[in-house]
Design a protein around this ligand. Structure first.
Ligand SMILES: [Ca+2]
Length: 366
């Protein structure tokens, strides 16, 4: 309880506090959580509060020192089939305090940015013959990558079975020319490439979070939790995030209430007042992706201080592609395929590629 009061004094959102107090009142006696800790040691949260009032829609993340990374989640409930090797070793990291958007950037917010600036996203720009010299001219049409689930069960070894390049798909037309965002103002904007997210952040006087800032914030002060809300995927049977239920990729039962991106903040916040840090849409981070980033940080033996990631990217699975980190997983993450709703797990995306399950949120220096 003392910790809760302390967090409230540090400026944790009222909604988060009320939610956590209601949890305390209804929590059953403590049961044994799934295996988790080991290399994780306590998070040391800075006590300094923010210098001024919160910018609209943002919460104060006071920063501190924490254990970053995740253990092999195979075998834990909802842990999925992937060992998450690129998120080890777990190592100590320090981040300074910052403001963070409480939610993913919405269609309405992105529309305000576009109306003010005339910005055209990567997905709306026709590819050029210089970029794709081997492509026939009729294929040089603006578009984006859309989740197109096959009706029948398919092997999970090739993601091209459920991803298609759709001409005319963009943030205003998430499924292609016949679709729109009318009535979806509160849903996270999608089909944003890395530079689109950066452009929005600059316009808003913000920036994208580093991967370390993102994970510090997502963990909400807990050491080694599997999810932003704790160690149980469905505490007391409740859905805590928009993920995938059913046999991926053909069967989406939407037992959690959402078959597609949910309006932001449809699920409870984490202890810092942040919504949808797990599931809904992937979120771009500022860092280049490499699978050995954590190994290099751990090898130094020192606490990594405000790490900004490597100088360039390398993904052995697709060596020629420049990739930035993405975090949090999406509404397409399932325990049968991609359990990257696990808070310490990592994702990555080619910087020019946009899809209808990747978005972002921003941070701001105090
Ligand atoms: Ca869902």
């Amino acid at each position: 309880m003392a910790g809760l009061v302390g967090q409230a004094a540090l400026g944790i959102g009222l909604a988060a506090l009320v939610w956590w107090l209601s949890r305390l009142a209804t929590d059953p006696p403590t049961s044994t959580p799934p295996r988790r800790s080991g290399p994780f040691t306590a998070t040391r949260v800075h006590q300094a509060g923010p210098a001024g009032p919160a910018p609209e829609g943002m919460v104060w993340i006071s920063g501190g020192e924490f254990s970053m990374g995740c253990l092999d989640p195979r075998g834990v409930p909802a842990g999925g089939p992937d060992p998450m090797a690129d998120a080890r070793p777990v190592h100590r990291v320090h981040v300074d305090g910052f403001w963070m958007d409480a939610t993913e950037v919405t269609n309405a917010e992105f529309a305000t940015f576009v109306a003010a600036t005339g910005y055209v996203t990567v997905a709306e720009r026709p590819p050029t013959a210089e970029e794709f010299p081997d492509a026939p001219p009729e294929n040089l049409v603006a578009g984006s990558v859309v989740f197109t689930p096959p009706a029948e069960a398919v092997p999970l070894d090739n993601h091209l079975r459920w991803w298609s390049y759709v001409k005319g798909a963009d943030w205003r037309h998430p499924l292609g020319p016949g679709s729109s965002i009318e009535g979806h103002a509160r849903e996270p904007v999608v089909h944003v490439a890395f530079e689109d997210a950066e452009a929005y952040a600059r316009w808003a006087g913000k920036r994208l979070p580093t991967e370390a800032e993102w994970e510090f914030a997502a963990r909400g002060g807990r050491a080694g939790g599997l999810y932003p809300w704790g160690d149980e995927f469905r505490p007391e049977g409740r859905w805590m995030a928009n993920t995938w239920q059913g046999r991926f990729p053909g069967e989406n039962t939407a037992a959690d209430g959402f078959k597609a991106p949910a309006p932001v903040a449809s699920f409870p916040p984490n202890p810092y007042g942040l919504h949808d840090m797990s599931g809904n849409v992937w979120e771009w981070c500022a860092d280049w992706y490499r699978p050995d980033t954590y190994a290099k940080a751990a090898a130094s033996g020192a606490v990594a201080d405000n790490p900004r990631g490597p100088d360039s990217s390398f993904d052995p699975q697709e060596p020629g592609q420049a990739k930035r980190v993405q975090r949090g997983g999406s509404y397409l993450c399932s325990e049968s395929y991609c359990a990257r709703y696990i808070v310490g797990s990592r994702g990555k995306g080619e910087i020019s590629s946009a899809t209808n399950h990747v978005g972002f949120r921003c941070v701001q220096a105090p």
